[in-house]
Design a binder for this molecule. Structure first.
Ligand code: IMP
Ligand code: ZN
Length: 353
């Protein structure tokens, strides 16, 4: 197993929280067994690797306009992205996708993300469920995309790493069905696909298109996690529609009304909490206003996750530092409370049967 792990620089809320902790407290956070259950592959590539991929891309790219998108995208990531609203965030991805479009680039990106989370003298996490949306282009089919990612995931043990296949809210029913079918097929072939996800611009698409896909995924033994109620504009009807698909975990779940909360409590759906992501995308104003406090107060299962360490310039230790740091930099939880939260993340893994 490679031992080097390249990381993106940390900045913003996670850095401020970390700098308020003693080395003993940081060592405590590092030692805790914890699972990263919500990390998007193309949002988690270390900046240095992306810069390398950009150099390779410039050397082979014939179209100056594509190069411009890539160069300005990397410059934005390097400077630290400022997001006025969550919609701005999705504009970052075309540049990244241009860089991970070939098989060798996708392999390199995936390997570096796995190394970032799992390798080195003080690994960020014990277990990683990496997620990604399979893309089809002139270099590969969706199946080939998933096979490359799986080959990298499977260099680690099943106790360390697994794959969640994402559906994008912009997909039409036919593509979504194809992607879930592929995921089920790969699982039948013994590959380490453990679940499916619904992600993408929270205002895009019509979620009713995906209901049958999620029930097919469950029939195939796959876990289901859904980005849900990420913005105030996501309607209560949409949220209830997604909950009716019977997910076992939820991404963000920031704006749930009482009816939705009732379902979430009854079915004990684990909430994947991404503190920095929510603060930077401005769906939550301050840590004190964050819905994590509601779930902590109800001792409801949660998992602390990073979402996209590249644009959000955070890390798993940084997110746990936000739990531990004194207010207002963090939530001032005790070691015992933090250990309980970490255990909840381990208990909420989608397991390979
Ligand atoms: P990929 O699936 O590996 O390409 O990872 C990047 C993709 O993840 C983006 O294009 C989005 O569709 C999705 N994504 C990343 N972060 C978020 C989020 O906070 N909400 C919804 N979708 C997200
Ligand atoms: Zn996400």
């Amino acid at each position: 197993m490679p031992s080097k792990a390249i990381s993106s620089p940390i900045a913003g809320p996670a850095k401020a929280a970390l700098s308020a902790l003693s080395s003993t407290q940081i060592a405590f956070l590092q030692r805790l067994p914890k699972a990263e259950l919500h990390a998007h592959l193309n949002g988690s590539i270390p900046l240095a690797v992306l810069q390398d991929l950009a150099r390779d891309h410039a050397a082979r790219c014939a179209s100056p306009s594509t190069s411009d998108i890539v160069v300005s995208g990397i410059e934005r990531l390097q400077a630290g992205v400022q997001l006025d609203q969550i919609g701005d965030f999705f504009g970052l991805f075309p540049a990244i996708y241009a860089l991970t479009a070939t098989a060798p680039a996708l392999r390199r990106a995936t390997r570096s993300v796995l190394e970032h989370f799992l390798d080195g003298p003080a690994p960020q996490v014990t277990y990683l469920e990496l997620r990604t949306t399979p893309k089809e282009n002139e270099h590969m089919t969706r199946r080939e995309y998933l096979e490359i990612v799986l080959e990298e995931v499977e260099r680690y043990t099943a106790e360390q790493a697994a794959l969640i296949v994402s559906l994008d809210r912009r997909m039409d029913g036919e593509v979504a069905e194809h992607v879930v079918g592929l995921s089920a097929q790969l699982r039948r072939e013994g590959r380490r696909v453990v679940g499916v996800d619904l992600c993408g611009d929270p205002m895009a698409g019509d979620v009713t298109v995906f209901s049958e896909c999620f029930s097919a995924a469950k029939d195939a033994g796959l876990g289901v996690t859904l980005h849900i109620a990420e913005t105030e504009q996501n309607s209560a009807a949409e949220t209830l529609q997604l909950l009716s698909c019977g997910p076992t975990r939820l991404g963000h779940a920031t704006f749930l009304n009482d009816d939705a909360k009732k379902v979430v409590h009854t079915d004990e759906m684990c909430i994947e909490i991404c503190l920095t992501s929510n603060l930077l995308c401005k769906t939550v104003g301050t840590l004190d206003d964050h819905h994590i406090r509601y779930y902590l107060a109800h001792d409801h299962p949660i998992a602390i996750c990073t979402d996209d360490v590249l644009p959000f310039r955070t890390s798993m230790i940084g997110e746990y530092a936000l739990l531990m740091a004194p207010k207002p930099l963090g939530l001032a939880l005790t070691e015992q409370e933090i250990a309980r939260v970490a255990q909840m993340s381990m208990d909420s893994r989608f397991r390979v049967a």
